[in-house]
Design a protein around this ligand. Structure first.
Ligand code: BT5
Length: 252
């Protein structure tokens, strides 16, 4: 709780040496109790998750593997905005703790020098008109880790980029401080302040990208995000595609 100055986010910390996935543990906890603002954190994950069943590499003691539980009074379709808000909080935390300028790649990656330092996985339980809970998982590579071959070119850690070891608790506290502030602003003022913060860090806007969604791959220029946090991509015919979920890469 080193440096944590939140009102309720991270005031209750559920610490583990090892879990399968902090998101999974957080969801089980959210099913059992109210747990607003509780943060589940682990030294390692044996089955850390990315989106779409992908794996998140989470070796012991190297990074911040944490998930927070909230019950936002928003409509279920607005939940993806929380992913963007989280990316901004992680980026701000990195600025505050390292002075480096991170980038955000829509929707859920935080990059330093073009490489992925953090991924975010937002999951929720909701019915048609009400969210029961949202679990926001953040994986931040902090200190040395031996990345597996398949991500050696694309992943990095704060230690690799700054050249020095970092205190994980301090960085986590700094991110949670920014997270709570951004979340309160979002609840009271809507998405506009999140969008402004997001645009400070956005990479890929104005660039030629390919976006792979569950049904197709779209090539075009990433124009902006809209008031719902969707990515707007203009293709060669001038048509604007509004992307709800997908993977974005720069076109070579
Ligand atoms: C993500 O998915 O980036 C979301 C990652 C969320 C991880 C946190 S850790 C705490 C919480 N508990 C969980 O179980 N998950 C959350 P996606 O955009 O699908 O990216 C996944 C891809 O990133 C993988 O397929 C790899 O290519 C790459 N990757 C895996 N581990 C990585 C790492 N440690 N650093 C950078 N890239 C990684």
């Amino acid at each position: 709780k080193d440096g944590l100055n939140t009102e309720y986010i991270g005031r209750n910390i559920d610490y583990h040496e090892a879990v399968d996935s902090t998101n999974q543990t957080a969801k089980e906890m959210a099913e059992r109790e109210f747990a607003e603002g509780t943060v589940v954190v682990a030294e390692m994950q044996t089955a850390g998750k990315g989106r779409l069943g992908r794996k998140w590499n989470s070796p012991f003691g190297t990074g911040i593997w944490m998930s927070l539980i909230v019950r936002p009074p928003i409509a279920p379709p607005d939940a993806p905005k929380i992913t963007l808000l989280t990316a901004v909080a992680v980026a701000e935390g990195i600025v505050h703790e390292t002075g480096m300028k991170p980038g955000i790649k829509w929707p859920n990656d935080v990059l330093v020098n073009g490489k992925k330092v953090c991924g975010i996985l937002t999951e929720m339980k909701a019915d048609m008109d009400r969210i029961h809970y949202v679990v926001v998982g953040m994986g931040i590579n902090v200190n040395d880790q031996n990345f597996p071959e398949e991500i050696r070119e694309t992943a990095t850690s704060l230690q690799i980029e700054t050249g020095s070891r970092m205190n994980r608790a301090r960085i986590a506290a700094s991110i949670l401080n920014d997270w709570e502030k951004n979340y309160q602003n979002f609840l009271s003022q809507g998405f506009a302040p999140v969008k402004d913060g997001w645009k400070n860090y956005a990479v890929n806007l104005g660039k030629e990208v390919s976006v792979t969604t569950f049904k197709e791959t779209i090539s075009g220029r990433a124009m902006d995000i809209d008031e719902d946090g969707m990515l707007l991509v203009k293709d060669a015919t001038g048509k604007i595609h509004r992307i709800v979920a997908g993977d974005v890469s720069l076109r070579k």
